[in-house]
Structure formats: C-alpha cells, structure tokens
Design a protein around this ligand. Structure first.
Ligand code: AMP
Ligand code: GLY
Length: 424
C-alpha cells in the first residue's frame, strides 16, 4: 500500500525510513519532506497546514495510510477530514488533540479522571488580580503556562515571586500571544524528567519507547529552551516497574477517560513525566511522537511499523506486541548557529556521505539540496543516531559521525546522554 507521511523534520524522516522498510508498503510519499527524506520517499511540496491540499493529495494518490508527524495539522483537524473522505489516517482527531492543544483542557481532564499531575488553577484575562493573588498565596517556585500551543515558549518556571508575578503580567498583556489568553498556574514539581510514548488505538495502549530529551541549547543544560537538542532511548530511569505504574495510573486512565467523554484517542501519545518522590506525575501530553526522541526510538523497533499503525486503526493493539533490538540509541541534533534564535539559511553541509551503517543513522530535518550541494534550511538540521550495546557505545558512535560532518555554520551539544552516563 502507498503511505503518506506529513511533516518535514527528523521525526518524519525516521517515520518514512521505518515505513519504507515494511514489506506491506509499496511507496512512501512525504509532504513536504526534506533532502534526506528524498532517499526513502517521494517528497511533494504541500505544507503541513494546507489541510485541503493534503486531503487532495491523499485522494489523488490513492494513499492507503496517512501518518501525521507534527501537532499543527492534527489540531487543524486533518485526521477528521481524511476520515470523512474514507482515507485511513493515523493520529488523533482535533477533539482528541486537545490533550496537547489546550493545557487547561488536559489539567481539567486529569482532575476528572484522577490522573497524577501538578496542582493547578486556570485564569483568563479578566482574572488578572485573582491570578496575582494565587501566585502570592502559593509562593515560588511556581510554573506559569499559556493554555494553547506556543511552540515550546509558553512555559515559565519562576524561581522567585517577582519573576512569577512578572510572568503573569507579561502573559496577560499578550506576551504568550493568543495562546496565553488563558493561563494555567501550577505547582512546581521536583524530580527527574523522562518521556514515555504510547501507541494508542482508542481503547488500548502499548508502550512504544521511553526517552530523555535535552531541551536547553547548550552543554550542561544551559541556554534557552529549544525543540530538543538530542535524546536517548530507552531511558533506564523509567524502570519496568515505573513504566507499568505510568501505564496503569496515567496512560490507561487517559484512554478510558477520552473514550468515555466521546473522543477516543488514536495515535502516538507522548507523556512528559516528572519522576517525583510521590511517584510519576504528568507534566504535559503531546499527541504525536517526540522530535528528536522518535529518531532514537524507531531505529530500535523490530516490529513492522505499518502493521502496528494499521493494527491501531483497527482497534487491535491488544492482540499485538512489540519487539525491540536489545540496543541503546542516542541521537544528537546538529543545529544552525544562532538556533533557537535567528540563524542563517543556505549554508553548506559536507561530509554526510558514507556515514551510515547498521549502527549509525542520519535523519535530516531542515535540509534541502541545490545543484548536488546539501544546504541547511532550518534551525534543527540533522540528527545523528548511534546504536550500541551500551549507552556509552551509542554515544561514541554518534559523536564519531558528528565529527566527520563538515558544517562550520552548525553546532551541537557535546553532552547528550550525560544524565544517564554519569550515574554509572
Ligand atoms: P511543557 O511545555 O509543559 O513541557 O513545559 C516545558 C518544561 O517546563 C518541561 O519540560 C519542564 O522542564 C518544565 N515544567 C513544566 N511544568 C512543570 C512543573 N509543573 N514543574 C516543574 N517543571 C515544569
Ligand atoms: N522533543 C520535544 C518534543 O517533541 O516536543
């Protein structure tokens, strides 16, 4: 069958690469894709927010399975539109995607279904005085969040009361944009962060990997927040017992609650967790795979991805199980100098040929090809994933390949994996 992947990042490259390996898949299409994806898929220049264009493409190409990478088309209702046309699409409906698109919805949902998360209150612009009073009463540290999608910029973890009050004022004055018209103010959780991914069919969920991301731009977790500068999987801090606890207390109640409320969740559910002294608590949900986490999870998956996604669309996940390579994977993001701020486009990248092997994979994000040259076209540009029997081995492989890539206008963190490696 023909499959169509929506998106243009490293996550979508990993999805295309995985689908292309399936004997069930005759051709992989990707909209819009990137220069690396072209090696495994036919890229078609339709933007991820052009819902009409994507529906037309899937119909004209008689696509048998659409897989949606990023959150934007999901929240714009792409899966609902495709389903309306009788086209099978893997990902949540717009109503189910509220688990990511509205933090207020998710917090209230957690309260209704007894899912462990930080204590919180929500406030609208009319409640500015009440929001300030709540912050004063709770004290610092405290977390101020925009309700809506804010591209990772809608959260302030305030360590002092002044900082917290300034964040409230800034948000209510429009500092988070439209996403901040409603605020969530919540308890600051203490612990280590880790992520768990669940493959969901509306009623059942299978754990499809754990990971730890590195959100800050620079080594030692310094600098501004980014979309993620590197990840490794599995995350040993999420032991089998903790994974089972997260499935039992967070993931399964979420699926049951969403189904009960009339919005069954089908898709990848990404739980951002804080491992607190009181057990794992949900920091946030995303309704898609993580990027770059996906680039560290899929290379370890042995089960046919196409078969799994079709199984999910058929509500059959309870009859399926996952098989994994007994390896660790670690993915380093190479980004354009200046990211996550402003950066140059069109700089040349050399030395990417011949790097790949059974235990070294290169996933492209913001790249394009021009006259045979590989050019950087975005903030996050390449993902270099190493596999190894140990995490240290995976890390060594990834950085050995990074060092062979010649891109003077790029940078990467040199310490991906530090948290786990220093524990040894
Ligand atoms: P989010 O966009 O919700 O993932 O938040 C971004 C980051 O802010 C998270 O990865 C955490 O590091 C931090 N954060 C969010 N909520 C909390 C919380 N309640 N307590 C502590 N840290 C938080
Ligand atoms: N790496 C974080 C995310 O995908 O949201």
């Amino acid at each position: 069958m023909k499959t169509l992947v929506i998106g243009s990042g490293g996550r979508e490259h990993a999805l295309c690469w995985s689908l292309a390996a399936s004997p069930m898949v005759t051709e992989v299409l990707c909209a819009p894709g990137n220069a690396g994806i072209e090696a495994v898929a036919r890229c078609i220049p339709v933007a991820v927010d052009d819902i009409d264009g994507l529906v037309r493409l899937a119909r004209d190409e008689e696509v048998g399975l659409v897989v949606v990478g990023p959150e934007l088309p999901l929240t714009l209702g792409l899966v609902d539109r495709l389903a309306g046309e009788g086209i099978r699409a893997f990902g949540p409906s717009a109503a189910a995607a509220r688990l990511e698109s509205s933090k207020a919805f998710t917090k209230e949902f957690c309260t209704r279904h007894d899912i462990p998360t930080a204590r919180y209150r929500t406030f609208t612009q009319e409640d500015a005085e009440a929001a300030r009073a709540y912050v004063r009463a709770e004290g610092a540290p405290i977390v101020i969040k925009a309700d809506g999608l804010a591209a990772g910029k809608g959260v302030v973890v305030a360590t002092t009361l002044d900082e917290a009050l300034a964040a409230v004022d800034d948000a209510l004055a429009g500092g988070f944009g439209a996403a901040g018209a409603t605020l969530v103010i919540e308890e600051c959780l203490v612990g280590e962060e880790a992520s768990l991914f669940a493959l969901c069919d509306g009623r059942h969920a299978l754990e499809i990997g754990t990971a730890q991301d590195h959100k800050r731009a620079f080594d030692g977790d310094q600098g501004p927040n980014t979309g993620g500068m590197g990840a490794y999987s599995p995350a040993p801090v999420l032991t089998d017992a903790l994974v089972e606890q997260v499935m039992a207390q967070i993931i399964r109640p979420t699926l049951a609650g969403m189904a009960e409320e009339g919005h069954p969740f089908t898709g990848f559910l990404y739980a951002g967790l804080m491992l607190t002294a009181d057990g794992p608590k949900l920091i946030e949900y995303n309704v898609r795979f993580g990027d770059p986490e996906c680039q560290a999870v899929l290379p370890r998956l042995m089960t046919d991805l196409c078969q799994l996604l079709l199984g999910a669309l058929d509500g059959q996940l309870h009859h399926m199980n996952l098989r994994w390579l007994p390896l660790h994977a670690l993915s380093v993001v190479m980004a354009a100098k200046g990211y996550p701020g402003s950066y140059a486009k069109g700089t040349e990248i050399r030395g990417t040929e011949g790097l790949e092997s059974d235990d070294l994979l290169l996933f492209h994000a913001g790249t394009r090809r021009e006259g045979g040259r590989l050019l950087a076209q975005g903030g996050r540009v390449l993902n270099v994933t190493g596999l190894g029997a140990t995490l240290a081995e995976a890390q060594a492989r990834a950085y050995a390949a990074v060092d062979r890539i010649d891109w003077p206008d790029g940078f990467c963190r040199r310490d991906i994996g530090w948290r786990e490696l220093q524990r040894r």
